[in-house]
Design a protein around this ligand. Sequence first.
Ligand SMILES: Cc1cc2nc3c(=O)[nH]c(=O)nc-3n(C[C@H](O)[C@H](O)[C@H](O)COP(=O)(O)OP(=O)(O)OC[C@H]3O[C@@H](n4cnc5c(N)ncnc54)[C@H](O)[C@@H]3O)c2cc1C
Length: 325
Amino acid sequence: MSKKVIVLGECRDGSLRNVTFEAIAAGKTIAEGGEVIGVLIGESVSQYASELIQHGADKVLTAEDQMLKHSTSDGYAQAFLPILEKENPDAIIAGHTSMGKDFTPKLAARLGTGLISDAIDVSVAGGNVVFTRPIYSGKAFEKIISEDETIFATIRPNNIAPLAQDESRTGAVESMPVNITDIRTIIKDVVKKTSEGVDLSEAKIIVAGGRGVKSADGFKPLQELADVLGGAVGASRGACDADYCDYSLQIGQTGKVVTPDLYIACGISGAIQHLAGMSNSKIIVAINKDPEADIFKIADYGIVGDLFEIVPLLTEEFKKLSVST
Ligand SMILES: Cc1cc2nc3c(=O)[nH]c(=O)nc-3n(C[C@H](O)[C@H](O)[C@H](O)COP(=O)(O)OP(=O)(O)OC[C@H]3O[C@@H](n4cnc5c(N)ncnc54)[C@H](O)[C@@H]3O)c2cc1C
């Protein structure tokens, strides 16, 4: 049965985040030929509306106000609830990002509906919308069917393939009236800790270092490899605790959850808490001098050896490939 699906878009640093397009693809599957409505909330977001349509949205609703410059659950709820009242959707999809994790549980509580969080796949079977999500730190997967009148879910970045951009697609863009009365959380300033470059949570390639990297300087060869591959650098908590790098790079149970196409783990033992953040990567390469290291149990390719010899060799080889192509 066709459905009406609302997809909440997310902009950051002057562009739409890729997870928005992945959420539209999920929305298309759920809609089964019905309408997919993109929603953009922020200070000046209507400029992104056509991109949503080119990636599959049928129409876009925008809610703009200078008080929505930064995402706060208070402000977003006040802008989003009138849209939900107007459209009465069968399903709402958002990204499982910092913003989504903050905003969606509160909104679900306001709507009195359940929330299926961190889904990595969605399909329709026997008339039901079925979400797949990892549980027990990624050791198992569960399939969930929502019994709520409105299906509400967040999707993990980098798992659902977005639709190809079609620049010939057109659709209506409607500006919604916004009446923000009270925002209890005031964001006065945003201080970025991560360096310029590829966003770790959306990176297709990650070169991650652990305690085996031994120092902050030890991360330099990893950064060089990441740069050659167009990827991002990540870290284990061991490396962050040892002050080799910033906690914003931490991957794992208490860090970021990533799903790149390629994850190169350098000097990381493979503790369960680290695996919780990266074990769903498509290809895992482990470099460790201990052949018994647990990381090799989940690696697709393993290199037993000293990372300080192997990483520069890989960088040189990839450099040659990028020059010859
Ligand atoms: C509640 C809780 C939450 C946690 N959350 C997280 C989390 O989110 N993320 C996380 O990562 N951890 C987390 N941890 C910590 C986790 O248990 C491990 O302690 C941590 O992942 C270990 O980091 P590591 O693999 O870098 O270090 P180690 O376990 O010390 O491993 C270092 C590895 O480097 C190898 N090595 C050393 N020198 C070289 C070399 N020259 N070349 C190649 N290999 C070398 C060694 O053989 C070893 O395997 C958490 C723990 C708890 C209790």
